[in-house]
Design a protein around this ligand. Structure first.
Ligand code: URA
Length: 244
């Protein structure tokens, strides 16, 4: 049972502010289990109470998990003084107080990004101990060679960083400028730096899976949707390489 103040409950579900909850309650516009509740500081069982505001039921979700097809030009942060963020572009109903991107994609990287208010989920997903693999598709300024594949496979050590062994393959053997990379780390500009080590520049980068969760191809860039519980579990299931 999760006891919570009614005003906090409504704020947590992004229905209204705490102050507005008090006003709505006093106006008789909130019901709890079918009974008008004039006091927003009563405690309710968040999991089981049937709460309605202005006759509309509130479907409680402790946490939300959003899949965003990140477009270019937005930054993976909650707020940014200069650029639009991945949170700015969400529909208002998803903009809960503590949502944040689970990990980062560069401003010009596109594709699968999860945004959630479940900090434990984010921590688990990003922890190297969880070994969650991500697959990226990169468009390069030169042809991928067998040597590049081997370099990735052996792991890369530069003067400033070390990258664990990674898989690199061509999804289409006839196009050697488009490659897929499967890595389980998330170091700053990692994929770009790995290709730079091989003397190649990444012209476009798109992430299309995390664990066994794939980007929903029905989402246009900038579009998002909620993930089901089954889908969030897929993040922690291994994505076995080439069927990714
Ligand atoms: N690697 C990069 O270089 N950029 C990203 O956005 C993600 C992985």
């Amino acid at each position: 049972m999760e006891k919570m103040r009614l005003d906090k409950f409504l704020t947590s579900q992004n229905i209204c502010s705490r102050k507005e909850a008090g006003i709505l309650a006093r106006k008789g516009e909130i019901t709890v289990n079918g009974v008008i509740c004039k006091n927003a500081d009563i405690k309710i069982d968040a999991e089981t109470a049937e709460v309605a505001v202005k006759g509309k039921s509130v479907f409680y979700k402790k946490y939300i998990y959003i899949m965003l097809n990140k477009p270019e030009g937005v930054v993976s942060a909650r707020e940014d003084g200069a650029c639009p963020t991945v949170v700015d572009i969400l529909p208002d109903e998803y903009k809960r107080m503590s949502i944040a991107p689970a990990g980062r994609l560069d401003k010009n990287t596109t594709g699968l990004l999860i945004i959630t208010d479940d900090g434990d989920f984010t921590h688990r997903m990003l922890s190297p101990k969880s070994g969650v693999y991500k697959v990226y598709e990169a468009e390069l300024d030169g042809d991928i060679t067998e040597t590049d594949v081997k370099t990735f496979k052996n792991g890369i050590k530069t003067q400033t960083a070390e990258f664990l062994p990674a898989e690199l393959w061509l999804p289409d053997a006839d196009n050697k400028k488009v490659a897929r990379v499967r890595i389980c780390e998330g170091k700053f500009h990692q994929v770009k730096r790995m290709f730079a080590f091989c003397g190649k520049e990444v012209l476009k980068l798109r992430r299309f899976s995390i664990g066994s969760l794939h980007i929903d191809e029905k989402l246009a860039p900038g579009e998002c949707r909620l993930l089901s519980a089954e889908e969030t579990d897929l993040v922690f299931l291994d994505n076995l390489h080439k069927n990714a």
